[in-house]
Design a protein around this ligand. Structure first.
Ligand code: FAD
Ligand code: UDP
Length: 373
């Protein structure tokens, strides 16, 4: 195979992490080659119209939210935004109630009429105080007690992770707050908005730079012998880079079941309905809520968690963190490679956190390569 013309940096992965680093380095004059083994850019945030013309997220629903003005300002160079506040209902045997748990959730589940002045006392009466909050079970039970935990968290978590909440780090369930008001939004971040023309269009603009070349459908491990970069940025699974030397890091996967419903303007009241205890899937998302698209039909996705398949989630628990640390120590020793992103840093990052980590990594790479930032 012919050698690839000289480049400064190879970026493996065209998701948020890879695309941001590529754009930053290219903008500082470096020649960048971006490779992705998938046939498209955008990583898991990739979106595209389905066969019926409805804009969908093939790898599951992606809702942008952040508190960081710096990250919004950076991304705003490549997209306009559409305001969108995500709402989720949990289906408890058919009864639809707000999640995160708020006053209306508790009232609906137990037939109560609590308000802002009485909800705290209610939680206090059911919570099971714990001396140490170590697991996801501790987080929930110590806030809302065992019954709400079992209704909303235990089944969902076992389905999603194949583990009991008592086997998962506190940080997983701590993503979902418990509310003492009636706020039914899933997120409360300052910025809640979707790229107006979709994620893929935003990535196209990010990577549309004279110093960037993109090759999709190319696996780094198959292509690396023809590429001689001065520096490599890897945003794939860190254990794969090191040939699984210390054993496999668990990554949770999903199977996505997409469906189009013709002549159906709306199928559910909110963007996502969670099914904590029924079905093998965790949730159903209807994309038109997220995108604001007008269409005579609608498209939905069901998410079925599974162990095998593309890596989507790091699995936060102490033994995995210990194994990751062994790989991270090897990564530290590699001066001509930078590891960035949800898979390479083994962090349960949201998109904005990937952008933040990639901006930080870019500054470090520029310093290392002697380029003035
Ligand atoms: P990825 O997007 O995984 O990109 C890594 C890329 O590297 C992939 O495209 C892969 O093909 C490529 N790659 C790996 N190995 C190789 C190789 N050997 N050769 C070539 N290419 C390779 N975040 C939010 O903020 N809001 C949400 O609502 C949200 N919803 C989510 C829903 C689901 C179902 C999932 C799975 C994630 C969700 N996220 C959400 C998280 C979000 O997807 C990630 O934070 C972000 O997309 C990760 O970007 P990344 O570039 O680090 O990784
Ligand atoms: N979770 C739950 N019930 C819910 C929603 C979330 O038990 O109705 C738990 C579950 O363990 C899940 C975690 O909280 O994996 C984080 O939820 P989030 O919606 O942030 O998951 P993601 O969108 O990242 O898949």
């Amino acid at each position: 195979m012919p050698m690839t013309p000289s480049i400064d940096v190879a970026v493996v992965g065209a998701g948020f992490s890879g695309a941001v680093v590529a754009e930053r380095l290219a903008d500082h004059g470096l020649q960048v080659l971006v490779l992705d083994r998938r046939p498209h850019i955008g990583g898991n945030a990739h979106d595209r119209p389905d066969a019926h013309g409805v804009l969908i997220h093939p790898y599951g629903p992606h809702i942008f939210h952040t508190n960081s003005t710096r990250i919004v300002d950076y991304l705003s160079r490549f997209t306009r935004w559409r305001p969108y506040e995500h709402r989720v209902l949990a289906s408890l045997g058919g009864q639809l109630v707000p999640i995160p748990i708020n006053i209306d959730t508790v009232n609906a589940v137990y037939g109560l009429s609590l308000d802002e002045t009485t909800i705290e006392a209610y939680y206090a009466s059911v919570r099971e105080p714990r001396d140490r909050i170590e697991t996801s079970e501790d987080v929930v039970v110590s806030q809302v007690g065992r019954d709400l935990y079992e209704k909303f968290f235990r089944g969902y978590t076992r389905k999603q992770w194949g583990l009991d909440p008592s086997q998962l780090a506190a940080s997983v369930a701590a993503r979902i707050p418990v509310r003492t008001d009636r706020d039914a939004r899933y997120f409360t971040d300052t910025f809640q908005q979707m790229p107006a023309d979709g994620y893929t269009r935003m990535f196209e603009r990010m990577l549309d730079h004279p110093n960037i070349r993109v090759e999709t459908g190319v696996d780094w491990f198959a292509a690396r012998s023809r590429i001689r970069p001065r520096h490599t940025v890897f945003s794939g699974p860190i254990d794969a880079w090191f040939d699984f030397r210390h054993g496999r890091l668990p990554y949770r996967s999903l199977r996505f079941e997409h469906e189009h419903l013709p002549d159906t303007p709306r199928v559910q009241a909110v963007g996502t309905v969670n099914f904590p205890n029924d079905h093998d899937f965790t949730r159903i998302t209807e994309f038109k809520h997220l995108t604001g698209q007008t269409h005579a039909g609608t498209s939905i996705v069901r998410e079925y968690p599974q162990a095998e398949g593309d890596p989507y989630y790091p699995v936060p628990r102490p033994e995995n963190e210990a194994l990751f640390k062994r790989y991270a120590a090897m990564a530290e020793a590699e001066t001509d490679t930078t590891f960035v992103g949800r898979l390479a840093q083994y962090r349960y990052y949201n998109m904005d956190q990937c952008v933040g980590a990639a901006l930080t990594a870019s500054t470090r790479i520029l310093e290392r390569m002697g380029v003035t930032a």
